[in-house]
Design a protein around this ligand. Sequence first.
Ligand code: ADP
Length: 491
Amino acid sequence: MKSLYVRLSVVFLVLIVAMTIVIGWSSIRSANRFVDETEQKLNMDLAASLAADFQPFLIDSIDTEAIQKQIEYFIGINPKIDIYLLGNTGMIKALFVPSGREPIMRAMDTEPLDRFLRGDKYPIWGQDPLSETGMKPFSVAPLEIMGEQGCYLYIVLGSDQFDTTSAMIQDSYILKSLVLNVGLVLLFTMVVGLILFGVITKRIQKIVDGVQSFGRGDYSNRIQLTGADEIASLARTVDTMADTIEDNIKRLESTDSLRRELVANISHDLRSPLSSVRGHLETILMKADDLTREQILSYVETGLAGTDRLNRLVEALFELSKLDANQVTLNPEPFSVGDLIQDVVHQFQPKAKSAGVELVFSLEEDPSLAFGDIGLVERALTNLVENAIKYTPKGGQVRVESKWGPGSVELKIADSGRGISDTDLPFIFDRFYQVDKSRNPISGGTGLGLAITKKIIELHNSTLSVSSKLNVGTSFSFLLPVSSPVVGNAY
Ligand code: ADP
């Protein structure tokens, strides 16, 4: 009873049965009415013609014998009629009933009779004195009985009418075929309806099965219902939803594995400098008496370098996590790109010199100012210049440039260093990705610098681009929006 199919079918069947009853009842009623109307129209003048024949036998008394004779003569024409002689108040004065039955009333309502005489619309039903409730078609004519004016000759037609509907249907070919046809149509409707409900609920069941199997964890399962109706459209929506959920699950899984990889990388990168610091400190502790002052200083320096590296790593991680969590709020302001580049280049000049790398800049003359968070842009530029120096061998060159375009300024950091292979290039912005897989601590890198730089540039609604050729050089560039041109002091 819980299934939609059963519910729909039950409601449908109840409706069909109700419809059958209503249609049957109204058809039989119409048929009855039609028969009565026809009979009344056909016998419209019957009472009038009989009244003329009877009138001579009603002068002094009611000559029932003579009247009976007249009726018997007449009987050949219409044998099944009941004839009543009524007083002007409706009182039954005489009756001629072939069945010989006694009337159950002594007087009857004359209102329908008067309507008939006034020529009202047919059919008009009048009381049948032989039955308590039955209303029958009739014919009536005025009569004068023993000097009493306004009497009636009342003829009940169809006195042989069927008392039960089934008897009437059985007797009528038209009614029988009507009942049969209506029955067949309803049966056909019922069968078609049940099949249709079956088809519809089967399609809904397919959606339910699909959703349930998805719910059980079969994420690849799709309903794939064909058609252009609402059920097919619902199935397609569910399938699209399943696609999205499956994609999200895959993304979550890959994020989870990335997270695990990150944790592994972080622990590895923290462990090596830590054990280096610990190793050097232990050596000093154990061999303090045997070591020269120079040796001790050298151990301390190496240990300090380890703590520097640890510090850098922790700082970088902290910075990246803040950027990731959108905890860094941008404080954009107009600033001079030329001044920033000169500052950074100046700051890295000693490092470049000791690496044997020429560090130069070229600035396009322009009065415009860039618009951005100067602190963060400096951080990005520093990372890129530091990398360029780090990955450029002795004798190479690192060049920092600015180029003004319409509405933006391009900052470019190009080196003639070792370059990056095409296989490594797509991954260099991934956190902890280092081309040198041995993670040589001497390079001092954390593998986080470019990830941080990329985030900073993205915060400025810009993109960090890279182009590189192995053993030829690498160039990083990004655009910053231009602030309003300087007019007097105003930006
Ligand atoms: P790292 O701290 O190792 O430098 P980054 O995220 O800054 O980490 O850089 C990721 C990797 O990209 C580096 O390990 C290096 O192999 C490569 N890389 C970055 N900049 C350059 C460059 N200018 N020339 C060649 N390789 C570079």
